[in-house]
Design a protein around this ligand. Structure first.
Ligand code: PMP
Length: 491
């Protein structure tokens, strides 16, 4: 019989499939390693099995024990699957921005899920990692898998992923491309392939543009599970030991828009329903292939399925809300309304006096519309992204509060914030934004482009575009809100 004695022996040996349509103009073949075919649905099955087996061998995990891990989902599924087979309990800590589908899957395996606030510095006791360490220490028989620093994670890819790719390409691979989360996949498979090929394989990391691995400033981005975010209050940044930068030849930095739209194209043009990190990896692979020759062979790792992201990456309304999609051609969109640049950015800890000074300065003073002079307050002190806008203030309201004694100049701004303005993507219908603004009795809304607060638009400007009158707001003071963006390269 051609059978598996256990589900766990079905981990790995995933297919390597040539990309045909997204690579149409390229002479270099690009092959995708379909890791979502693993029984737990992702590349992390390999690391999970490897880490549990190593812990058992080292006597760190014994019958009746509890596996604890901080995971954004896929490592949890892999560990939960192995735990179910081998009779362990599991507890997972994950950030509150994790998609609802991923959390539901973990619970379906019988795992306990502890949701931690995202956006905390590494030192914070409630950080996902520290919470996992604490729970593992408190539970009898608790073991912290720690995929970030566990050598059995990259070892899984050195032992399985790398050799599979070598065998499947008959040793012809010249470039390996993969995203870097813990770094296990790229480091482990990359080191094996480099050795097997006598150094002839180029190892390329695919990284979100803002991630610090590739030299970004570490501000948040939309693609889940890869890259490295740096919180502004983190004192000492620590990279995972599973990631060995010396094993990587170069990093391709990919913006959120290119990653997300590439993931969509893979579903529509190749029939590959994959997650956002696969979009990042393929976008990087297409760049690599465009520079390579016809005798080269690129392999790109597709870590998980798009089914984990039906309410995000693969949802038009979600993409459009965050400003990643242009209009659907059905009528005027928010991006067509006359808008003004966002004023100066303040932080919640700034004082009322500081805010008034800033608002009185050249960048704060905006002729005419008090609404458009709004200041958005970024919680992280970085370029605002939608979720980071925690409130708003205007010079007029602050001055009134000081005059009436409701606010003191030395108060923190956080005590005197009005709600953040509602936000709409550039491609959302202007009529819907206007309706929502009317319902909220708001004067001004944020315009989101590529996931970032890009400009402010007021009710009059929205109404003008809905009624077909050309943009009317603060002439000469309008940022360019592109209505269409270039498609990712190499269509
Ligand atoms: N993509 C997805 C969807 C993942 O879950 C992970 C694992 N965090 C990665 C990419 C990155 O893999 P690795 O941890 O091996 O770097």
């Amino acid at each position: 019989m051609d059978v598996h004695a256990s589900l766990l022996s079905a981990v790995g040996e995933t297919p390597l499939v040539r990309l045909n349509r997204v690579t149409a103009r390229l002479s270099t073949p690009v092959y995708a390693k379909l890791e979502y075919v693993n029984p737990g649905g992702s590349v992390k099955d390999r690391a999970a099995l490897s880490m549990v087996s190593a812990a058992e061998e080292a006597g760190l995990l014994a019958p009746g024990g509890t596996i604890v891990e901080g995971t954004s989902g896929n490592t949890g599924v892999g560990l939960a699957m192995v735990a179910a087979q081998r009779g362990y309990r599991c507890v997972f800590t994950l950030p509150d921005k994790t998609s609802a589908e991923k959390i539901a899957v973990l619970r379906a395996y019988g795992a306990e899920v502890v949701v931690c606030p995202s956006g905390l510095p590494l030192e914070h006791p409630d950080h996902v990692f520290n919470t996992a360490v604490r729970i593992a220490a408190e539970r009898p028989g608790g073991w912290h898998a720690n995929q970030y620093d566990n050598a059995a994670n990259p070892a899984a890819h050195y032992r399985t992923t790398g050799p599979e790719i070598w065998r499947q390409t008959d040793g012809r691979i010249t470039h390996l491309v993969a995203g870097v989360g813990t770094g296990g996949t790229l480091t482990g498979a990359g080191e094996y392939l480099r050795e097997a090929a006598g150094g002839r394989v180029t190892v390329v990391g695919a990284d979100p543009e803002a991630s610090v691995y590739g030299g970004g400033d570490g501000r948040p981005y939309f693609v889940e599970s890869i890259g490295h975010v740096l919180h502004p209050e983190t004192v000492e940044d620590r990279w995972p030991e599973s990631y060995r930068p010396e094993a990587v030849d170069r990093i391709e930095r990919i913006g959120d828009r290119e990653s997300l739209l590439t993931a969509r194209r893979l579903a529509r043009e190749e029939g590959l329903l994959v997650g956002g990190s696969a979009g990042t990896a393929v976008a990087a692979a297409l760049r690599v292939a465009a520079e390579a020759g016809p005798d080269d062979l690129v392999v790109v790792v597709l870590p998980d399925s798009g089914r984990n992201y039906l309410s995000t990456v693969h949802d038009d309304a979600w993409l459009r809300h965050w400003g990643f999609l242009d209009g659907d051609g059905g009528g005027p969109v928010v991006g067509e309304a006359g808008s003004v640049p966002i004023g100066p950015r303040l932080r919640p800890a700034d004082t009322v006096r500081q805010a008034l000074d800033v608002l009185a300065g050249p960048s704060g003073a905006r002729p005419g519309r008090e609404g458009a002079a709004l200041v958005t307050v970024a919680g992280t002190g970085r370029p605002v992204t939608g979720p980071d806008v925690v409130g708003s203030v205007t010079a007029r309201r602050l001055r009134e509060a000081v005059d009436s004694g409701a606010a003191r100049p030395e108060d923190a701004l956080s005590a005197h914030l009005a709600p953040a303005p509602p936000a709409f993507g550039v491609g959302e219908p202007a009529v819907e934004a206007l309706r929502a603004l009317d319902a909220a009795r708001g004067e001004v809304a944020l315009v989101l482009l590529d996931g970032h607060a890009h400009a402010l638009v007021d009710r009059a400007a929205l109404r003008a575009v809905v009624e077909g009158v050309p943009g009317t707001t603060a002439a000469g003071d309008r940022p360019e809100v592109p209505r269409t963006r270039p498609e990712p390269a190499h269509r």
